[in-house]
Design a protein around this ligand. Structure first.
Ligand code: UDP
Length: 250
């Protein structure tokens, strides 16, 4: 532990390039995705990613509420990201604060880029993201969960939307920050990628990076997204895999 004033700052990167949880700079935390985790929703997914636990539920296309949001030429995508009061160390006040409103907005806009909304005019596609346990990168885990939930609901999309945060810790660019790295690191850069086109449809940044570091971070993030994409596809395969016919010949 080093110290800045009265605040204890953990050493985020050891001399041999290991992070506080032993990962290399380009390593993701373990991810497990379960498609179709809820019965009531039209589509759902549960994501455990490091110590994050995030549930997503999708309803629709269905009638638009409130009515005045209805659009004649396409579906509206309404996204709500919410953090449970018990999801963080210091109890979070329940309800929508500015942070969750911002995250809901950027995630909703990211999905507008991939969902074929014009196929469902005058309807709403409602995406609920509930963070049950948070350890940094929850908006990315939310995008991943919501994306698999949309696919599970049968909503037509250009592609799934893998997402990850890249950051800068101890002067180095690192993939998939955990809480201490997010809190004490120099920068945090969440992103979401359309794998097919390579287009980024969500990109935010907190902190500072040089232009060269930003290029390196984007490159690392894209690689991370491509790996997460495989896990997302596998989760859907696991859900919809057709069992071989009994008695069928080889
Ligand atoms: N966090 C918290 N209380 C809050 C908001 C965030 O403890 O009210 C923690 C939580 O672990 C979260 C992390 O800080 O995952 C980083 O939050 P950030 O706003 O960067 O969003 P995220 O990385 O989760 O997308």
């Amino acid at each position: 532990m080093g110290s800045v004033g009265a605040k204890e700052v953990p050493v985020l990167l050891s001399a041999d390039g290991r992070r506080i949880d032993g990962r290399r700079l380009d390593e993701l935390r373990p991810i497990r995705i379960q498609a179709g985790a809820l019965h009531q929703a039209d589509g759902s997914a549960f994501v455990e990613w490091g110590a994050n636990k995030v549930m997503a539920a999708v309803y629709g296309p269905r009638e638009v509420h409130p009515r005045h949001l209805q659009q004649n030429n396409k579906a509206v995508i309404q996204c709500r990201y919410n953090m449970a009061a018990f999801s963080v160390d210091e109890r979070k006040r329940p309800g929508l604060d500015r942070r969750s409103q911002e995250i809901s907005k950027v995630i909703g806009e990211a999905f507008e880029s991939v969902v074929f909304a014009e196929e469902f005019p005058r309807t709403s596609i409602d995406v609920y993201i509930e963070v049950l346990q948070a350890n940094a990168g929850t908006r990315c885990a939310g995008v991943v969960a919501a994306s698999v939930a949309l696919a599970d609901a049968g909503i037509p999309m250009v592609d799934l939307l893998p997402s990850v945060a890249v950051g800068k810790i101890g002067g180095a660019i690192a993939l998939d920050l955990k809480k201490e790295e997010d809190n004490f690191g120099e920068a945090d850069l969440p992103m979401a990628l359309v794998p097919q086109s390579g287009r980024l449809v969500l990109l935010q940044m907190e902190g500072h990076m040089t232009e060269a570091e930003l290029a390196q971070a984007l490159d690392l993030g894209v690689k991370g997204c491509r790996s997460i994409h495989e896990t997302m596809k596998q989760a859907l395969r696991d859900r919809y895999a057709v069992a071989p016919l009994a008695g069928g010949s080889a």
